[in-house]
Design a protein around this ligand. Structure first.
Ligand SMILES: [Fe+2]
Length: 285
């Protein structure tokens, strides 16, 4: 019976190839470009950075900063989860170096992910230091936690909002985010100016469009970790299989959500057919 050793050899070889491919993907990145309609901001270019998760301990930073410079963004928007915040004394310096490098390229607005929230929540416990992280970051970086800021890009005005929905929405199953909750956290959007919403978790697309965000930028799902042809990402952070809003552009009522696959990983250090990405967005009328 030579068939069993043959199958075992094929299985081991297959796993070795997949492991090597995952390692290769996690140590590289690509630039993905989109053109998105946001009335009033035509001609503006955004750079969207999300779910960096200490991108393999900072090894991607030189390439990321060089690519970011070449994109020549007017504004850099961060979708959260630059840090891990999972263990005491986790090294935040790769994220600090990245953000501070980005701040030399264009204005940076930083929205929170669940991992920033976790680091903040754990602060005060031995080895967790949110204030220390914030203090290391360039003071030009604008943080938005259930807050908004006005921007002017090439003479065009807009508002950027940063939503933090709270831990229950990240952890519990069966919840729905109502528009009223966003109104409670952010207020109603300013009707007279284009509204860009940083909302880490893409699960609540209907609420974001219901709140009337012109462009929502999300991450959180890491593209579904492993991406399969046709089926897309296989799982989200709640371990729900084949999540609906796993990656790319979604549109409703003329409003768009862009979900980035992020730059790093944590807990399950795997990426297959899901190369980390920087996202460049050209806005059109
Ligand atoms: Fe993440």
């Amino acid at each position: 019976m030579k068939i069993i050793p043959g199958l075992a050899t094929a299985a081991v070889t297959g796993l070795a190839v997949l492991f090597a491919e995952s390692q290769r993907e996690m140590h590289t990145f690509r630039v993905n470009r989109y053109s998105v309609r946001v009335p009033g901001l035509s001609g503006c270019r955004l750079l969207f950075v999300t779910d960096y998760h200490e991108a393999v301990n900072g090894k991607l930073n030189p390439g990321l900063l060089e690519a970011s410079r070449k994109i020549r963004p007017d504004l850099i928007l961060i979708g959260g989860d630059l840090v891990n915040g999972q263990k005491p004394y986790e090294n935040v310096m790769p994220a600090v170096e990245l953000v501070n490098g980005l701040a030399d390229i264009a204005p940076v607005i930083y929205g929170y992910g669940n991992h920033e929230r976790r680091l903040m929540f754990m602060s005060g416990k031995e080895g967790y230091d949110w204030d220390g992280y914030r203090a290391k970051l360039d003071p030009r970086v604008k943080f938005l936690m259930n807050d908004h800021t006005s921007v002017t890009i090439k003479g065009k005005k807009a508002k950027v909002y940063g939503l933090d929905v709270g831990y229950d929405f990240y952890r519990k199953h069966g919840l729905t985010l109502p528009v009223e909750e966003i109104n409670k956290l952010l207020g109603e959007r300013e009707a007279s100016l284009p509204a860009i919403l940083l909302a880490h978790d893409p699960s609540w697309f209907e609420a974001y469009t219901g709140w009337k965000a012109d462009l929502t930028l999300s991450g959180h799902y890491h593209g579904g970790i492993i991406r399969l042809p046709v089926l897309g990402g296989i799982v989200n952070p709640k371990f729900q299989p084949f999540p609906k809003y796993d990656y790319g552009l979604y549109e409703k009522d003329g409003r768009t959500m862009l979900v980035g696959s992020g730059l790093g990983q944590h807990t399950i250090p795997v990426r297959w057919f899901n190369t980390p990405e920087l996202v460049a967005i050209d806005l059109v009328d």
